[in-house]
Design a binder for this molecule. Structure first.
Ligand SMILES: Cc1ncc(COP(=O)(O)O)c(C=O)c1O
Length: 367
């Protein structure tokens, strides 16, 4: 089966893990610190805290905003569950908004339509790695949480995604552009927020055992600053991340090459719509290649591809349609995407022959 998402790991990752294991150090430690520094340098971030997942990073991001209980937070419905869970877990109320059909991203207009008098924050998601012009949302005068889970290598106006909002989060799970099995992290405009994230991430203790041993007489005692779950990264994950950072440019070049092959080869296929690339000057991370198939043919196409050994999927099942959120929102574009959108295989673990097979099977499809 040609998988829709994936990563490319090998000798370099094994070598980084080996040195951690030989040092008998698996938990948070020097590799975590090295990853945090190198990641921040690459993206031009003032500071960056590594965490155990992007989902937990979203919750921590919401916590850092310190919003009054019950505050409304506008976010797209066409996103990952943890975006809305983070809002709820922080004691706030998710207000789902629509996205643009072509970009699958929120726009100031879709956010404005959803805004309520009690809206205290907006969450922006760079869907599939296509950058959202974050500055356009500053006019709402509320804090912006930027979800750059798909956009680790995306740029807008020369700035990396995740660095433009008040708090930005990343994901490094097993299928992301930079993968470490499970992992995520957070940056913020105000560096005090990243310092606080580091205090919170180990059950609110303030310091990990690794950090606490320096210059303190009674280093075994805790100074608990808050009630918070454990979200610590491990040096094993950070080791994989360090190797992936060194390979990121090469892996991104492969994603871009495959994206461009799809764009060229699928252009003559009149019954599908291709995704849009980033505008001139901006950079797409090419996390997904999401096509649209109208006329009720999407399901048949997905099934045809599956039978031919090509796995596809839809990211995401709209959140507002999930009863758990008790939403009454009507979001026509999101609901249309739910019927028409389909992500086809794109990741650096694929070969050009795999991409050619996907294209051939799409072209062979007859509804
Ligand atoms: C838009 C978005 N945000 C956040 C996350 C959460 O990342 P993680 O899988 O690291 O928890 C994901 C995961 O796919 C995502 O797609």
């Amino acid at each position: 089966m040609i998988n829709v998402f994936g990563s490319l790991v090998g000798r370099e990752e094994l070598e980084e893990i080996r040195t951690s294991l030989e040092a008998q150090w698996m938990g948070i430690g020097p590799k975590t610190a090295a990853f945090e520094k190198q990641f921040a340098q690459r993206l031009g971030l003032r500071d960056f805290a590594l965490l155990d997942s992007g989902s937990n990073s979203l919750y921590l991001a919401m916590k850092l905003l310190d919003l009054p209980p019950g505050s409304g937070v506008v976010l797209p419905s066409f996103t990952w569950i943890a975006c809305a869970h983070a809002v709820v877990l922080a004691g706030c109320r998710p207000i789902f908004c629509d996205v643009d059909l072509e970009t699958q991203n929120v726009t100031p207009e879709t956010v404005e339509r959803a805004m309520t008098p009690d809206t205290r924050a907006v969450m922006v998601v760079h869907y599939g790695g296509l950058p959202v012009p974050v500055e356009a949302f500053e006019r709402f005068r509320v804090p912006i949480v930027e979800d750059a889970a798909h956009a680790v290598d995306s740029k807008h106006n020369g700035r990396y995604c995740g660095s433009m909002g008040d708090v930005g989060i990343y994901s490094f799970d097993a299928i992301k552009n930079l993968a470490m099995g499970e992992g995520g992290g957070l940056t913020a405009k105000d560096p005090a927020r990243v310092t606080r994230a580091r205090q919170l991430r180990y059950c609110g203790i303030g310091k990990s055992g690794f950090e606490a041993s320096a210059n303190k007489d009674r280093w075994w005692e805790y100074n608990i600053s808050d009630f918070f779950p454990k979200m610590l990264p491990s040096d094993i994950a950070a080791s994989i991340g360090l190797a992936q950072l060194r390979k990121l440019d090469a892996m991104q070049a492969v994603r871009k090459k495959y994206w461009e092959i799809y764009q060229k080869e699928l252009a003559p296929v009149s019954w599908l719509s291709r995704p849009v690339d980033a505008p001139a000057g901006d950079t797409h991370s090419y996390f997904t290649y999401c096509i649209r198939v109208a006329g009720g043919k999407r399901y048949a196409l997905a099934k045809h591809l599956y039978q031919k050994g090509v796995y596809t999927t839809l990211r995401y099942h709209p959140l507002h349609m999930n009863p758990i959120y008790k939403s009454t929102a009507k979001l026509p574009v999101t609901e249309r995407l739910n019927e028409e959108a389909l992500s086809i295989p794109l990741h650096p673990g694929l070969s050009e022959a795999d991409i050619a097979k996907v294209i051939a099977e799409i072209k062979a499809f007859r509804a």
